[in-house]
Every structure is written in C-alpha cells, then in structure tokens.
Write a protein that binds this ligand. Structure first.
Ligand code: SAH
Length: 267
C-alpha cells in the first residue's frame, strides 16, 4: 500500500515519515467527511479525495469538501435525506460493489463519522461478504465536533461524567421504539440527539415525563461548522415552540443537559 505513483497530487503533510496509503483500484474506502467544515477532514480523507476515481457521497458532504477531489473524479450523489425520495441502502451498496469490481477506486464519503448513525457498518459488512477489499477512515462526528463549534463540550469534568448519543429517527422515520427514554433520562446527564428535529416535541415530552426538568438547558445546532450554522438555546419545556418559531430546519444536533450552559463562556 506504499505510494509510488508520481502522478499523485502533492500532499504536503508527512505521515510520520511514512508514505500516505495508496488507493488501489478495486478498493472501497468508507470515509467520514466530518460535520461540514472542510478543515475538519482528516488527512486520510484528504489523501483519499486526491486519489479516488469515483466518489459516492451523502447530502451532508458539502461542496467545499467535494472541491478537494481530483477534478476528473466521478461524483455520485447517494443522498438520504429524511422525507425526500432517496436511493435505497441496498442500491447504494450494490453500486459500491459494482464500481469496485470495475476496478475503480471508490470513495464512499459520508457526513461525520461513518460508524455513528451512518450505516458504515452495514456497507462494510456487505463489502466484506462480496469479497471487496475496503478500508475505514473515521471522521469527526457532528454530535461532538458540531457541538464544539457551538461552544458546547460534550463532557466537562465538573458537570457530567456521561454522555449518550441517540437517534431521534428509526428506519421507518418514526421516533425509535427501541429507545427506553425513561432509562436514558435517568442514566445520562447529557444527551446528544441526531436526526431529532422532526420528532422534537415527542422526544422532549418523553424526557420530561421521565423526570427531566422543564427548565433544563437545550441547544439545537443546525448546519453546524458551516457558514450557515445556527444555535438556538432553549429549555426542554420550550424547545418545541422555540424551534418552530425560529424556523429551524435539519440537519440539526440537539444537546440536552447542563453542558449547554458552558456556551456562555466558550462560544
Ligand atoms: N454520521 C454522521 C451522522 C449521520 S445522521 C455523524 O457522525 O455526524 C445525520 C444527522 O447527523 C443529521 O440529521 C443531524 O442530526 C446530524 N448532522 C450531521 N451533520 C450535521 C451538521 N453539520 N449540523 C447539524 N447536524 C448535523
């Protein structure tokens, strides 16, 4: 996997003295692109963008990131946005396998981290079953990096010793039935909720029924790390009303818990 190709674009940083991995034909790299700001890509992601023949990307991978790809790379949009028609997961997986079998260097680029509510595991398993060689490149997840850009640390030593990452959406688009909201409400001081805006009302009601205080701080960060980032600070009791009157639209990360108050100094 050592690069000997003189035609690779210059890649200034060194890899601890070792060459950067060469993207071999027929491979799929399952790669996180971070929450949106191109500066939050990893060096492995940048190296991948410079070599890939085909990039299969999500809606959450912004234009600024795709600009870093090889100019002649083929770009395939495989967006899965709630409520809009989107390719089926099996179709995306089949496409990755077929592109790899054609000998392409296939970069499967996903928002955030591929293994955090990103179906990276499903795609990796399908590739493994099909005998396609692949590599996994983690990314900065929106629930950590996106909140950091809003001045919210997901843990703070004197405030919380735990944090729970949840999805507000299940496969059918409903609030997930497998989440025991009462248990979550009791167990974790800080909750970071992905894909939760649509069902915000139901989520906050379940948390308050389980004993979380109506005046507990909540932050909702939309388009985190991007030029259009918005941060709404509210409370569990007012979150639904305030989000509606602010006209917030996804993608949104919702953070519930006392760390939200640290924004005052950190944002
Ligand atoms: N794998 C991704 C999450 C994919 S699920 C990650 O690790 O970040 C999609 C959800 O991620 C969105 O509904 C939203 O909750 C969150 N998300 C991703 N990018 C975001 C951004 N820039 N701003 C706010 N939320 C974002």
């Amino acid at each position: 996997m050592v690069s000997t190709r003189p035609d690779l674009p210059p890649f200034p940083p060194t890899n601890g003295g070792a060459p950067w991995p060469e993207f071999l034909p027929g491979w799929v790299w399952l790669c996180g692109a971070g929450p949106g700001d191109p500066g939050l890509l990893t060096l492995h992601a940048l190296n991948a963008l410079g070599q890939a023949d085909t990039i299969v990307h999500d809606a959450l991978v912004g234009p600024g990131i795709l600009e870093l790809a090889r100019p002649d790379a083929e770009r395939i949009y495989a967006g899965k946005r709630g409520g809009k028609p989107s390719p089926k997961q099996e179709d995306i997986t089949r496409r990755l396998i077929s592109l790899a079998r054609q000998g392409r260097r296939v970069l499967r680029l996903k928002g955030g981290d591929p293994f955090v509510f990103g179906r990276g595991g499903e795609e990796g398993m399908a590739l493994a079953r099909a005998g396609i060689p692949f590599r996994i490149i983690p990314g900065i997840s929106a629930g950590i990096g996106g909140l950091a850009y809003a001045g919210i640390p997901v843990t703070h030593r004197t405030v919380n010793q735990s944090v729970t990452f949840l999805t507000g959406h299940d496969q059918s688009g409903a609030t997930p039935t497998r989440i025991d909201w009462a248990a979550v409400a009791r167990a974790s001081e800080v909750l970071v909720i992905y894909m939760g805006l649509k069902h915000l009302g139901r989520i906050v009601r379940q948390l308050m029924e389980a004993g979380r205080a109506a005046d507990e701080p909540v932050a909702i960060v939309t388009n985190a790390t991007l030029p259009g980032q918005r941060v709404l600070e509210t409370t569990l009791g007012n979150a639904e009303r305030d989000a509606a009157s602010a006209g917030l639209v996804p993608p949104a990360i919702i953070c519930v818990g006392p760390v939200v108050s640290l924004r005052e100094l950190l944002a």
